[in-house]
Write a protein of this length. Structure first.
Length: 276
């Protein structure tokens, strides 16, 4: 089974609380699994919003299998199932969707979909959120394998589903898993106590993973950015894995990713609950 199939198999066999929060452009379910308890804090961890970063969906299953002893977490293993299926299956995926959409993707991808980041509308989902949408330095305004912002903020069913689910569960903090670079991004215009709080948490997560906590500029429209702006909660993007790896990371990278990140959900929950 490939990573997409493994996510759905895990979801079907999972005995705890779970739900389908929406569907992709091509109608695939976007699933969520709850681990831990119902008390404070409640995390939301989302993975594989970029297609070529599908290996993070397998990290999500490892996190879900381990659960939490403090608070709870909603784990969304595969926010971009169409893009991940395209990266993993190529032509076999295209033959299973509409001819018109497949033709568009073939023309844009030029026959090689291994580095595709977008969804099946050729929209980069992590620049499609309403957080200074369209102002990122690398943004493009035409369908592309990466960086296309879409026709408007939340133009895509995947970003709308993630937005609506986030607003429904009101998490205490969020984590977005990407690859690669060994960095943690944590800042998006927050000030005062919120800036101090989030910087301290990022430093603790960096110490745990061995990654570098960074403030970056020139990026906009991401899920982390929207969570910070709209909800005023700690929100982190973790670029898992060393830059020594090449895109796309495959399953051979999973043991290293797990070793570095296995404690992240538990640690973040403990920091929020106990302040340490």
């Amino acid at each position: 089974m490939d990573a997409v199939e493994r996510v759905y198999s895990f979801y079907e066999s999972f005995a705890g609380e779970k739900c389908i929060l929406g569907r992709s452009v091509c109608g695939q379910p976007i699933v969520a699994i709850h681990v831990g308890q119902s008390g404070y804090p409640q995390l939301l961890l989302q993975y594989a919003i970029h297609a070529r970063e599908w290996v993070t969906s397998l990290l999500a299953l490892e996190h879900a299998a381990r659960g939490l002893s403090c608070g709870g977490a909603w784990i969304l293993p595969l926010v971009n199932p169409d893009g991940a299926a395209l990266c993993l299956r190529g032509e076999s995926f295209l033959c299973a969707i509409s001819k018109r959409r497949a033709s568009l993707i073939r023309r844009i991808g030029r026959g090689d979909f291994r580095d595709w980041k977008a969804n099946a509308n050729a929209v980069d989902l992590n620049v499609n959120f309403d957080a200074d949408w369209g102002t990122g330095q690398k943004n493009v305004r035409f369908p592309a394998p990466e960086n296309y912002i879409g026709e408007c903020a939340f133009s895509e069913p995947e970003t709308r589903a993630l937005r609506d689910f986030t607003l429904r569960v009101r998490p205490s903090a969020t984590v977005s898993y990407h690859t690669k670079g060994g960095e943690i991004y944590w800042e998006y215009g927050q000030r005062g106590a919120a800036l101090e709080r989030d910087g301290r948490i990022a430093a603790l997560l960096a110490a745990q993973t061995g990654y570098r906590a960074r403030r970056i500029t020139g990026s906009a429209g991401g899920y982390k950015d929207w969570c910070i702006q709209a909800l005023n909660i700690p929100s982190f993007t973790i670029e898992a894995g060393s830059d020594a790896f090449s895109h796309p990371l495959n399953e051979a990278a999973l043991p290293a990713l797990l070793a570095e990140n296995v404690r992240v959900p538990a640690l973040l929950s403990e920091i929020l609950r106990y302040g340490r």
